[in-house]
Design a protein around this ligand. Sequence first.
Ligand code: FAD
Length: 335
Amino acid sequence: MKKKADFIVLGRGIGALSYLFELSRSYSPLQKKKILVISAQNLAPTCSSNTTSTVSLTGIQTGVSPLGDILFHSYEHFKNIIYPEFKDSNTIEKVTKKHFFINDLEKAKKRFQNVSNLCDPYLKTAMPGVLEADSFLIYPNQYQLVLEKKIQEKLDIEFADDFILDIKTTDRFTLISKGAEYHCEFLLDARGAYQKVFENFSHQKINEKVVEGCFLEINIKLNCASFYYVFDELNLLYRSITQELIIGSSSFEGNQMIANLATLSEKYNRLKDYLNLDLPPFESFQFKSGLRSKGPKRMPKLVTKENYYRMSGLYKNAYSTAMYLSWQHLQAEIC
Ligand SMILES: Cc1cc2nc3c(=O)[nH]c(=O)nc-3n(C[C@H](O)[C@H](O)[C@H](O)COP(=O)(O)OP(=O)(O)OC[C@H]3O[C@@H](n4cnc5c(N)ncnc54)[C@H](O)[C@@H]3O)c2cc1C
């Protein structure tokens, strides 16, 4: 089977959908083109559904590093442009992230200037911590569905489920699967970590690494509002609409993997002493993981070479950086 489109987007995760959403709001000539989105939900399950998907800006300022600048501007773009557009869709919730310090208060005071004793309806007593207003919890599957609906309202777009085995760059772009050939003038490669996993594609060298990220999740009715807590380096968050309680780790020994389960279980059980919530036993959580792409210096990128665009390195802040990079790219294109 042979199929033609003007613009093919390879991938249906947050990288691909962010680009398409920004395209649908832009003045780019690509907006009027016939678009085909190809993904392989079984062979390459999207990381964008296996994620804690929060957006916040812990201790980041502009003018310190190129990565810091991108994270800062991405957060601002998300807060001021994306959130207002989605806030009535029950797919993003604005919360105040509360970061409490149990172990090393002195170290925390050096890192954060505004540590104070915080009260909270679900805490047994006030605890030292910092507040981060305007943090966001995203309901990833619901958000992606609403994104797709908005995209479909504006663009001439079709979706296909097929696993691409190779991309040929002669005669523009030909994407080859087991039973089909897809031809296009413009190509966005948004395969996330699978760009590296299936690196045998003939036309390029991939500099990013594949990093697995994990978290623990349980569906449970807690009779409370959504929350986003960090206790030292353990994240505990609750998405009340879908009743999902999640344990993740912000950073253990500089690593983005979750801590080993024995350590985590011990930390989690200690939380029960601090919280007024009826938390479920550690053993009842489900282990979840996703593959993500980590670029040099952790930089997320949208690189372009003529009609070929590649989104890569969406590692930690994919939900905000993918939108910002797409917006930036589309702005530059029309200028
Ligand atoms: C545990 C964990 C916690 C995280 N926490 C956060 C967080 O709090 N905030 C945040 O913003 N980010 C977070 N992230 C990062 C974020 O979830 C991911 O980086 C992001 O979802 C990656 O999106 P992507 O579109 O690049 O890739 P994916 O979502 O993996 O999408 C890749 C797409 O490409 C398709 N594909 C791949 N290869 C092929 C092929 N050969 N043929 C056809 N289709 C193909 C797949 O089917 C899929 O649709 C977290 C990640 C993990 C794992």
